[in-house]
Design a protein around this ligand. Structure first.
Ligand SMILES: [Zn+2]
Length: 458
């Protein structure tokens, strides 16, 4: 039986190619797709009898937000290493992360995904690269967690194979063998990757970073991803420490290192990219390489401000990422929208980025990074019904005439309604798929248990 939902009376920012907006519009959803969007009330032929009708007055409808970088397991280690640089922070946390197990990852993924849903995020990636021996299939665990919360999910099978004994940063106890990584990566694609339209789960491959992965694994992962038709992701140019590492070990800057390994292309998106020069920005544009911009994490670790205006000017798809919650305890995506705008303006003045560009970063450009812009990231007929409805008539937004300015400049707020494929994940400002209080109890318990295991070194 066909399910039809009509939302009327709201402002709508479609984020389509023409930037179409409606002051008082309608949105009609049939099953998991958008079948009408426009000004005024829904036409009778699509919004007629039998439809569920929602009153959108006082609200703004946008595409559901798309999160392009995360490490969900880190929700279990929030609030630690408070004054550390990236390398100091990693060295302090690696031994704790080495003790994660299925229970930790289940609780952390549900907490992280619940926070994302509350912040209007309908699609998230995750970059999971810590696989302790005997911890079981942690990728399967987080895919189950995403299904329980109800978000569209693009988990990356991450990896590390360059331990301290071989000149890498992570301790040897949490790196894996290269052949085992490639076998697990291929198995993950076979088991979980759904290439079909409307997919709820797609896999990408994501060796972790230049200082924790060998060049051989980078090349092999790229070959495997391209043979199996999945995307590639990694961290790049996050800090000057990483730049020094690449110059000392490989004799080149981080972007040259990736280029030599066949890692620039329109099937690749890279987290951070803070420290790029003009020529590197142009190469990203020419190759279609995407960037996951993570402003709050970069601020937390004092890493620097990514050259977003330059990247956008070069035609680079720049999506937003919250990054792991151990370097961004907020964990919400709507706040990244505002941070991306504020940081671009701190670096380049008030002309550097507009609120509408920030909204595009969080939606259609994120969908481009994940290779889903044909289905996600804008409110257009035929696209998936991933919709965020934001309340703007309360204290937070009332009186601001421009609804997009109210959303991006205004107080960061929880989404009122979040649809994923037409299904309500948040309604009335409350999570409908999971019990938020229960999720909080579980992650508090698991964070304590993990800390105790790390303390006891078991
Ligand atoms: Zn990261």
């Amino acid at each position: 039986m066909t399910m039809r939902t009509v939302i009327e009376g709201c402002a709508i920012a479609t984020v389509d190619a023409g930037g179409t907006e409606y002051r008082d519009g309608h949105l009609v959803i049939e099953d998991d797709r958008i079948v009408a969007v426009g000004e005024g009330s829904a036409p009778d032929e699509v919004g007629g009898a039998g439809a569920q009708r929602l009153d959108g007055r006082g609200h703004l409808a946008t595409p559901g937000l798309v999160n392009c970088h995360h490490h969900l397991y880190q929700w279990a280690t929030r609030g630690l290493a408070q004054q550390a640089t990236l390398f100091e922070w990693l060295v302090e946390l690696y031994p704790v992360w080495a003790r994660i197990d299925a229970e930790t990852c289940w609780a952390a993924a549900r907490a992280g995904l619940a926070a994302l849903a509350r912040s209007g995020c309908s699609t998230s990636t995750d970059h999971h690269y810590v696989f302790p021996r005997d911890a079981g299939d942690l990728l399967e665990v987080e895919i189950g967690a995403a299904a329980s919360v109800g978000l569209r999910f693009h988990p990356c099978r991450g990896s590390m194979d360059l331990g301290r004994a071989d000149g890498g940063l992570p301790p040897d106890e949490i790196v894996e063998d290269r052949d085992a990584i490639l076998a697990a990566s291929e198995a993950a694609i076979s088991r979980f990757h759904d290439p079909a339209p409307g997919a709820m789960v797609r896999i990408a491959l994501a060796p972790c970073s230049p200082f924790s992965v060998t060049p051989g694994l980078m090349s092999d992962a790229a070959e495997l991803a391209r043979r199996r038709g999945v995307r590639l992701h990694t961290h790049l140019a996050e800090t000057l420490d990483e730049e020094r590492f690449c110059q000392e070990r490989f004799g080149v800057r981080p972007v040259d290192y990736l280029d030599e390994l066949g890692w620039l292309g329109d099937d690749v998106w890279l987290a951070h990219c803070v420290h790029l020069d003009e020529a590197e920005i142009a190469r990203f544009g020419a190759t279609g390489t995407g960037v996951a911009h993570c402003p709050n994490s970069n601020a937390r670790l004092g890493a620097g401000i990514a050259p977003v205006a330059g990247l956008v000017g070069a035609g680079v798809p720049v999506g937003l990422g919250v990054d792991g919650a151990a370097s961004n305890e907020d964990g919400g995506l709507a706040s990244e929208m505002r941070a991306s705008l504020q940081f671009a303006r701190l670096a380049g003045g008030p002309q550097a980025l507009t609120p509408r560009q920030a909204l595009a970063r969080a939606t259609i450009d994120g969908a481009r990074c994940l290779g889903r812009d044909d289905e996600l990231g804008s409110l257009e007929v035929g696209k998936l019904a991933d919709v965020a409805l934001w309340r703007l008539d309360g204290l937070d937004g009332a009186g601001i005439e421009d609804p997009v300015a109210a959303l991006v400049f205004g107080a960061t707020q929880a989404v009122e309604l979040l649809l994923v494929g037409g299904r309500a994940i948040v309604a009335g400002g409350q999570l409908r798929t999971v019990d938020e209080a229960q999720v909080a109890v579980e992650i508090a318990r698991e964070s304590k248990r993990l800390a105790a295991r790390a303390e006891a070194r078991v």
